[in-house]
Write a protein that binds this ligand. Sequence first.
Ligand code: FES
Length: 56
Amino acid sequence: MYICICHAVTEKDIQKAVGKGASSVARLSELTLLGTQCGCCTEHANQVLNQCASKS
Ligand code: FES
């Protein structure tokens, strides 16, 4: 499922970024460009990030 439509970032892309050590939306933005256009996705991205973090 797409989390960031502007940059076509999926939930899987976020999971991969977390696997590479991303622990904040700011770091996710650096790795994937997520949230760097309209910014609508950052809250949802944060939820996905927290889910990934709680699983690992
Ligand atoms: Fe992510 Fe627009 S949906 S920056």
